[in-house]
Design a protein around this ligand. Structure first.
Ligand SMILES: [Zn+2]
Length: 90
């Protein structure tokens, strides 16, 4: 069982949430090429290590949130919020 920390509900069984996939920045609609859209929509890295993922708390607070999960160990950490300064973490 994978416990995923919802920012509002706390740790929840992954079966109670909806996995939204690997999280990566959306290209600029005004300047993106077809190749950039194709890469954004269909290609995934599938790394052996830390991966930023999007989840949806579908049976709880209905919040979209992101976590970082190590694909080999299953360790989970919360990524810093956009615009926040980290205290020297990796
Ligand atoms: Zn929640």
């Amino acid at each position: 069982m994978l416990l995923v920390p919802c920012p509002n509900c706390g740790p929840r069984n992954a079966a109670d949430l909806t996995y939204r996939g690997e999280s990566h920045p959306r290209p600029d609609p005004g300047t993106a090429t077809k190749h950039e859209w194709r890469t954004y929509l269909y290609l995934r890295d599938n790394p052996s290590g830390w991966l930023r993922e999007s989840w949806y708390c579908s049976s709880g607070c209905r919040t979209h949130f992101q976590i970082e999960r190590h694909t080999l160990t299953g360790e989970i950490r919360t990524p810093p919020l956009p615009g926040s300064k980290t205290a020297g973490g990796t």
